[in-house]
Design a protein around this ligand. Sequence first.
Ligand SMILES: *Cc1c(COP(=O)(O)O)cnc(C)c1O
Length: 387
Amino acid sequence: MIKQANRMDTITSAIFSQVDELRKAEIEKGNDVITLSIGSPDLPPARHIVEAIKEATDDNANYGYTFTKGINEFTIAIADWYKKKFGIVLDPETEVHSLIGSQEGLSHISLCLVNPSDVVLIPDPGYPIYSAGPLMADAELYHMPLVAENNYLPDLSAIPEDILKRAKLMILNYPNNPLAATAPKEFFEEAVQYAKKYSFVICHDFAYSELAFDDYVPDSFLSVNGAKEVAVEFHSTSKTYNMAGCRVGYMVGNKEVIGLLSRLKSNFDYGIFYPLQQGAIAAITGSQDCVKELVQTYQRRRDIIVNGFNDMGWSLEMPKASMYVWIPTPNKQSSFDFTVNLLKNTGVAVIPGVAFGKYGEGYIRIALVQSEERLSEAIERIKKWLK
Ligand SMILES: *Cc1c(COP(=O)(O)O)cnc(C)c1O
């Protein structure tokens, strides 16, 4: 028998796996399953991105180690983009750094900042790596409830003083997965004040910066005065450019934090395959028409789901951003039970809110990763079932 390390008990993905087993069992039975569970983009990257990758793979010189920071062209492209998009000036040498997907950075950042039994403040519900990363660093988690009554923002004043004093890191994520919630700049300002007062780092996961609807433009966390003194922002090409498998992410902001993570990473990895960095550069510096089109696609899909549920008696608001819809279960049913019933009765696979944390109970998450036709079909099936 293999004896596993204790920390492995703390990082389970039990609910996700369970739902996926049930989903596969339905498919094996020959049922037509509409998979809206995993948030993996269904559309391809734009042609010019694929061409840039292809061209770079033809050059024998592009197969060496690239080193962890990212090639200069890549970090400069990001600094230019931040300047143009947010008016934020970043030094591409010290304030921009590549990540092998933002997930990689999120999984490692605690190792640089946290000693055993230091506190990491995480949103609940939240993306699973927000708890798994700190737990691998033997941190103590403090769950900040994100509830409708507080507009899905953490109530910082409700965090006990002794927890704040022991906190080394706070993780935030707006536009949010799974809630599709957004944050006003005033909240970021408040968070910076807390971080300064109690000396902790803020890591803002900005994976959905570009997937915003109806002219809403999400604020960069770094647009707040003084944010760079305490914060880093994590980014990804995965959702914006449909490059999830390429694993190209990056972090920007506080150079001491970036320096620490860089030092750690230089022991773990040797950077991202050069042609994939070229693909990311083409994506970031090229025409953003593909992003506009993608946003319109998600917006039409969002409308189908939200209007569909509202026709059935829900009163959902239109999310302003992300690629998810967060939906309360009927009569506060357990999110797991409802997910299983939904799957068995309609073949529609979703994620139960409880998979993202205790405060996700009573909700399901739908990922908008199927065509309008399939989403309409999903709505029709649910209507028939619930009638
Ligand atoms: C998808 C997602 C990521 C993962 O991004 P990668 O760059 O592919 O690792 C990070 N954060 C959130 C909130 C996500 O939904």
